[in-house]
Design a protein around this ligand. Structure first.
Ligand code: NDP
Ligand code: 8X3
Length: 251
């Protein structure tokens, strides 16, 4: 049986990197996306003994480039079975009155519009083969709103709505749509949110055991490998020490 193909956005770091590694080791071929090409090459060499990796570098905000890069995939890489819409970040953490418009635009352009561009380019390929599975990485921030999270929470609420909308519209096309909404995962996420301030980002993960990217990779692999009559539609996954987006039990 030919290998399945997974298209993973945000494959250069955190959840996307761990997921690409795990799916690659379990036999998927991986189309690995992100801006940092050296990380895509590192992933490819780590998976060298297990599977084929097709690095695809683009900035998800650049609509033309998203369509042209996906359009340039060789024919045998176009049969995409699994799309992991994972690329995304928070930029800044400020009140609505103090937040920066540039940060707001980045979050909406990456987390919402970028996810839509990639989906719009890949769904026709899935329609052609009358099969597919899209896993959208939302967040607890798409289920709750917390102080100073305003626009990031809005972007993840949008992912939550898009996920449901996709599931409704694609149900008759044999395309499964699932969302994973994680709580705190220890990745480069907070370093990006706090603009490289490692003291601030380290604090986010201090005093309790945060989720690790591998935890998400294992969940994604589980969801992707259910029998075809099963769709795990929406999963909230938290560290055991986290109850809500703002209640974290720290020793
Ligand atoms: P990381 O910062 O470790 O990874 C983010 C990934 O997104 C990178 O691979 C990055 O690639 C990619 N990305 C960001 N901006 C762009 C862009 N403009 N174009 C293309 N790719 C881009 O964070 P995580 O692994 O934690 O985040 C993955 C997803 O999980 C995000 O959607 C995030 O919102 C979500 N999430 C994270 C949580 C956490 O606590 N960490 C909790 C809940 C949800 P590159 O920079 O190379 O382009
Ligand atoms: C990332 C988790 O709580 O920082 O989406 O919003 S949180």
């Amino acid at each position: 049986m030919p290998s399945k193909i997974a298209f993973v956005t945000g494959a250069t770091s955190g959840i996307g990197y761990a997921t690409s590694l795990l799916l690659g080791k379990s036999g998927y071929k991986i189309i690995a996306c992100g801006r940092r090409v050296e990380r895509l090459e590192k992933l490819k060499s780590e998976l060298n003994d297990f599977t084929e990796v097709y690095p695809l570098q683009f900035d998800i905000r650049d609509r033309e480039d998203v369509f042209s890069k996906i359009g340039s995939l060789p024919k045998d890489w176009q049969k995409i079975d699994l799309l992991i819409n994972n690329a995304g970040n928070a930029h800044g953490m400020s009140s609505i009155q103090e937040g920066s418009i540039e940060d707001w635009e980045m979050m909406l352009d990456i987390n919402v519009k970028g996810l839509l561009y990639v989906s719009k380019a890949i769904i026709p390929l899935m329609l052609k083969q009358k099969a597919g599975h899209i896993i959208n990485i939302g967040s607890i921030a798409g289920k709750e709103v917390y102080g100073n999270g305003n626009v990031y929470c809005a972007s993840k609420h949008a992912v939550d709505a898009i996920n449901t909308g996709m599931r409704i519209d694609l149900i008759k096309e044999n395309i499964r749509v699932s969302q994973i909404a994680p709580g705190l995962v220890e990745t480069e996420f907070s370093l990006v949110r706090f603009k490289g301030d490692s003291k601030m980002s380290d604090k986010v993960y201090e005093g309790y055991d945060a989720l690790k990217p591998q935890d998400l990779a294992e969940l994604i692999e589980f969801i992707a490998n259910r029998p075809s009559h099963v769709n795990i539609a929406d999963v909230l996954i938290l560290p055991s020490a986290q109850a809500t987006s703002t209640q974290v039990f720290k020793e």
